[in-house]
Design a protein around this ligand. Structure first.
Ligand code: HEM
Length: 414
């Protein structure tokens, strides 16, 4: 992290509220601080936080501008990290989301074909099958946890299909995913770092067995086979293997999971929207996009300045971190009319930045849309209303915006 001279800081608009604080998210109080920032300081600087000093970009246009200029605003792990936290205890974490070109370009090319339209056609059938099986097994007339019984098994099940691994390993995948994505001020301790490495080591041991198995076989469509049979990812160091596997399990897991739980909250707050979907089922794909905009399951991504530069009239120094708050950009009133409203007919729902933009835009976006769309369709077809029975428990993280528990009951729509 760059050391910033005092005169520099004196000239900067200072972020009045530390928007990296967990409490804003666990208590669902993030709306007002970001709305205020969008109105008064689209780019501001917070000199002190548990994660050190950081810039906050909060408007749609500014986030997009940073995303597109990857030469100035780097994702490279060795310049910092892709989250507000500077990696876990200086441990290198070289996955391809945390690389710039040319490494990023070469490794993304290995993974992207697994999400091509033809691959997605085949996956869609598996998603529908899994979704029906899960929903058929839900208790009727009883309270249950939507996160545990729907959002988690649905998304991890898909991930295990992509890896071509047995479903009964889902608990291990969930645990490793939670460790790999644990960005929180509470995690900046030596104990956390030590346990993090233990968990990542166990994950590597498990996946190395699978990778070696695939190496010995003819190439297939699954993600592990694609990796091991490629030039760009076939001979990675142990840390590169850990980091890339963690990327795939976090990328494909918490994000879609929290969209599926966010859907319940959105339809509960705006019950008329379920009626709209019943009236016109062709709106389902748009509704999936609107859920991602409204929920913004990835709260932010971070970049690091590769040189001294100017942005939105501010001087940014080489090495400083800039946090792009998607959660705020997706509520930008200049782009999304009545932005806090959940509206499945919203004309520009697809313009959301929940998947990012530019060269790192989410590679799994289409798969996420299919999974969320399938879940909505199945709920509509069953004529269900998913009714929360208590306030959900929200994730303590400024990085992933989601839920740990959501008690609900199924009711039939009247
Ligand atoms: C609603 C669900 C999802 C959301 C909101 C989401 C969000 C994101 C975001 C914000 C980025 C970074 C974009 C940037 O830096 O500009 C990203 C990248 C990525 N996502 Fe997703 N994601 C979702 C689902 C998935 C799924 C299902 C997978 C795979 C199974 C996946 C795998 C990845 C990967 C591998 C990257 C790195 C791409 C790169 O660096 O080129 N994501 N995602």
């Amino acid at each position: 992290m760059a050391t910033i001279a005092a005169p520099d800081i004196a000239e900067r608009p200072i972020t009045p509220v530390d928007v990296s604080a967990n409490a804003l998210y666990t208590e669902n109080r993030w709306h007002d601080p970001f709305a205020e920032l969008r109105r008064t300081m689209p780019l501001s600087y917070r000199p002190d936080s548990p994660f050190g000093g950081y810039w906050s970009a909060v408007t749609y246009d500014l986030v997009q501008q940073i995303e597109i200029d990857h030469a100035t605003f780097s994702s490279a792990w060795d310049r910092g990290n892709i989250t507000i936290a500077d990696g876990v205890g200086e441990v290198e974490f070289p996955n391809f989301i945390a690389q710039d070109p040319p490494i990023h370009t070469a490794q993304r090319k290995v993974i992207a074909p697994a999400f091509s339209p033809s691959q997605m056609g085949a996956r869609e059938k598996q998603v529908v099958e899994r979704c029906r099986m899960l929903l058929d097994a839900l208790p009727q007339g009883e309270t249950f946890d939507w996160v545990e019984q729907v959002s988690i098994p649905m998304t991890i099940g898909m991930l295990l299909i992509l890896f071509d691994m047995p479903y009964d390993e889902w608990r291990d995948i969930k645990r490793w995913s939670d460790w790999a994505s644990g960005v929180s001020a509470d995690n900046l301790t030596d104990e956390y770092r030590a346990e993090f490495m233990v968990q990542m080591g166990a994950m590597l041991a498990r996946f190395d067995r699978e990778l070696e198995d695939r190496r010995a076989k003819e190439p297939t469509d699954d993600l592990l086979s694609r990796m091991i049979h490629s030039e760009a990812m076939g001979n990675m160091s142990p840390m590169e293997r850990i980091a890339n596997i963690a990327l795939l399990i976090v990328g494909g897991n918490d994000t879609t999971r929290n969209s599926m739980s966010g859907m319940v909250e959105a339809l509960d707050r705006f019950p008329d929207q379920l009626d709209v979907l019943h009236g016109d089922r062709s709106l389902v794909p748009n509704a999936a996009q609107e859920i991602i905009r409204w929920q913004s399951p990835v709260t932010h991504m971070r970049r690091t300045a590769t040189c001294d530069t100017e942005l939105a009239g501010q001087r940014i120094r080489e090495g400083e971190k800039i946090v792009m708050w998607y959660i705020s950009a997706n509520r930008d009133e200049n782009v999304f009319e009545d932005a806090d409203r959940f509206d499945v007919t919203r004309k520009n729902a697809r313009r959301h930045l929940g998947f990012g933009a530019g060269i790192h835009r989410c590679v799994g976006a289409r798969l996420a849309e299919i999974q969320i769309g399938t879940l909505i369709t199945e709920i509509v077809e069953r004529n269900w209303r998913i009714v929360p029975q208590a306030e959900p428990t929200r994730l303590a993280s400024p990085f992933l915006h989601g839920f740990t528990q959501m008690p609900v009951r199924i009711e039939t729509r009247g």
